[in-house]
Design a protein around this ligand. Sequence first.
Ligand code: PMP
Length: 359
Amino acid sequence: MDRIYNFAAGPATLPLEVLKEVQKEFLNYNKTGVSILELSHRSQAFSNLIKEIEQDLRDLMHIPSNYKVMFAQGGATTQFAAIAMNLMKNKKADYIVTGIFSKNAAEEAKIFGDVKIVADGSSSQFRKIPDCSNLPIRDDADYVYYCDNNTVYGTKFKAIPNSKGKPLVVDQSSCFLSEPIDVSKFGVVYAGIQKNAGPAGLAIVIVREDLIREKLSFPTPTMLNWKIQSDKESLYNTPNSFAIYFVGKTLKWIKKQGGIEAIQKKNIEKAKLLYDYLDNSKYVKVADVNSRSMMNVTFNCGNEELDKKFIEEASKQGISFIKGHRAVGGMRASIYNAMSKEGVVTLIEFMKKFEKENL
Ligand code: PMP
């Protein structure tokens, strides 16, 4: 079967090697005689597996020992509420809004407390990351929140916002495991895994221990309570065992590539190829040059008819799911860890031809 180049934003392309390995052992996981889908989450085999995955993640991300790691159900969006419910003591939080997902997170937090938007990229239609070096953070804010990579607009923070000593919460969904980060600078690092690590529906939540509190300010559902979830090591109820297992395979694949540092090198190379071409082309670039994402590259042809033609013709060449988000239009090439350099080169070749014939 021929696989296409999948430029989707998420669920997104996953490493073929990992997919094949999962396929190979699908009927009989690690000599247990059952599929991973059939394996009890209370079995020794699963218990060993989840521990090993956590350790691999800790090794790869250099997660300090005073941080807990949770595998949480309900994707990243479920954590929008969990973050507010677990972290709000004064019931005040400061949010940096740089796109749809940080806006949604702020709206969710408003259910629980007083939310102040301390930086807002909407005046640039979210094409630009605002300067976050000196924000009007409130003295009694419980935390400061931002979204590192804005999947929809193709923008990315180049510096960690100055949270003025308040715990910093970062949504890393669309740049998770794509470059090293210093976890110790954050209160919470979390990500939905469906871009760089596995299937949708699972979030990995890394929380500094002192932020996990026994007594919360709100009646909090058990599944959103980080104290319970971390004490139970993500096994309070039946977890999304397949997604966890899949993440484990992806982590081994990253290790084999030489770790996150090596992955970053490849990502820089891929993104540079595409941006260098774009900069010398007639395509319209969406993200501001200084706010560009290495994972989601947004551009258009300058008119909707041509965008439509681009998407149709690209699809015929096996370059698929490249349509931009409805909020932005045009095209978005998501070039996550698993997108090969050949995929990016194939896209550029197609873009050159399309440009010559149409722009
Ligand atoms: N944050 C970011 C940056 C995202 O890209 C997405 C999904 N595309 C979300 C949050 C929401 O993730 P989920 O669909 O897993 O809730």
